[in-house]
Design a protein around this ligand. Sequence first.
Ligand SMILES: Cc1ncc(C[n+]2csc(CCOP(=O)(O)OP(=O)(O)O)c2C)c(N)n1
Length: 691
Amino acid sequence: MTMPDRLAAASANLAQAQRFPSRDASASARADHDRMANAIRALAMDAVEQAKSGHPGLPMGAADIATVLFTRFLKFDPADPQWPDRDRFVLSAGHGSMLIYALLHLTGYEKMTIGEIKRFRQLGSLTPGHPEYGHTPGVETTTGPLGQGLGNAVGMAIAERHLAASFGGDIVDHFTYVLASDGDLMEGVSQEAIALAGHLKLRKLIVLFDDNGISIDGPLALADSVDQVKRFEAAGWAATRIDGHDPAAIAAAIEAAAKSDRPSLIACRTIIGFGAPTKAGSEKSHGSALGADEVAAARQKLNWSAPAFETPPAIRAQWRSAGERGRPLRLAWEARLAALDADKRAEFERRARGALPPGKLEAAVGAVKQKLAQAPKEIATRAASEFALETLTVALPEMIGGSADLTGSNNTRTKAMKAMSAADYSGRFIHYGVREHGMAAAMNGMALHGGIIPYSGTFLVFSDYCRPAIRLAALMGQRVIHVMTHDSIGLGEDGPTHQPVEHLAALRAIPNLKVFRPCDAVETAECWQLALETKTGPSILALTRQNVPQLRLDFDAANRCARGAYELVAADGDAPSVSLFASGSEVAIAVAARKLLAARNIQARVVSVPCFELLLAAPEKNRAAIIGRARVNVGVEAGIRQGWDAIIGSDGVFVGMSGFGASAPYKDLYQHFGITPEKVAEAALSRLEKS
Ligand SMILES: Cc1ncc(C[n+]2csc(CCOP(=O)(O)OP(=O)(O)O)c2C)c(N)n1
């Protein structure tokens, strides 16, 4: 189809789409609505019944809300689940997954066949227990850990505002809708998320709260008495309360929310398990199959006579036409994109794809490394990170930085970056406030939205406060980069509360997460490059507060950190009896220990280990070559030993921490805990003597 043809078709379709649906609340419209909502209820009951596991209560209770949203408001096109300007729908209460699976099936997502619905919760189906991003087309984010979806949605809404500021409202202009449950709103991360959204006045964020007053233990009153409407209002949101089974009220509330100058909460009072004669309104419908008798009785009550997994053709057709509403909108959007200036369009498309600008990153990192070769720097790796970022953030406009109120400590804001604010979304630096968890969840949402590479800052010890979101970024394969400074006892006087000890090991335990701990300014630039190139997973940059010497003095265009570990200093002879492995600030200690050993005629080599994951993923042969065959392997890291045996062997010597740190100047702490060149050399010698 040529462009004018497509436009003509689009406007014809649009005219048709505008006739559907009627917003009057006539009896027949209401009956149509009820039947469409009941189609969701029936599929949810049937799928859970067949699987003998799952959560029927939420899909049955929230079916009216979802029906109004998907048939009248949500801008989406099942034919193109990746359409960049689609509205985002986040089912934050992921346990209610059958709600979204039913919607995807009914609105015509090709892959969501009835066969997939029948295989709910079975191995390899598109209908896993909780919605999984990247697995099921149409699922915008992996949800299940309550509160995370809401946090992600805030990031999606930030991304939308920022990209609209960059590319214009013709190209980026969509809503982010969330369906959140009591559990979502009880989780602490929700407070961080809503406070940030309210502060940034994310007016295109609309949260539909499934206000059913029931959680797993029973009535919410057992554990909660928060007035959510007041709470959201206090955070700067528009908030209303409605009957969540009244389609006209739902539609009116969404319409009002769409016009608001702030994010909106619509507390929709619903009955969990709506339609189930004995279990509705009770926790009994929350998380288990209703049972054959209850399902049969619910069918009667809902006046639903179709057999299990069948949707009557007329209702199917109505759902399908709801699914087709968005097509003309997408075509019109495509036409607007096509009409853009070629460079701008190419840039938008590149960013939407998540592709880096060709050659730019390599050139930027190369330039940083050239500068460091010309004028070596003895600086903290956090400062080295800032030095690299000054160049990187110019080369990559998709980088959006931030910090959880530690900007000056994390060194994540570059000179050219202005702060993002409600008055100016074009800013590329986000003051997240003291909200590490909300920050990490929002970053996931930005990455999922597309067009943005989010990076953040906090102290490494507070990775614990971000961990649930980091884990989900790893699970979803999202490129988010966490700068985590003050990465050991080397932070000194703040003491053991702030000194990470087990954190490197704990983070390394998360699959598909890369933990980088560069030893100097050159490695820091290289690790940034590797993190930015890792499109399919998150990265942590663990960086020092204290200065470290530059150990890589010669310019080398190759990224030596890419192998995860490499020989930084060879032994004096070709038969080293000791291999010293270290990461980050302890590499310089290993280098000094090597010297002490050399003075005693012991040949030792130093291997820098900036990234375990890359080393351990290398083919066995390469890994063995890097690890070498010295009689004694020594690991040095100001953290716990856990994980190091994979490199030094269970018979290796480890110099590090075995308990918490202490408050003192950092040099005293290194002495006190015995992480010094002398102790490393001694440990190697004593093992050599025994071996
Ligand atoms: C972080 C987290 N904690 C606990 C759970 C287990 N869980 C699943 S649903 C739920 C609460 C159910 O109540 P609500 O959120 O109101 O959902 P509804 O009963 O209305 O379906 C809990 C505790 C979880 N999924 N995530």
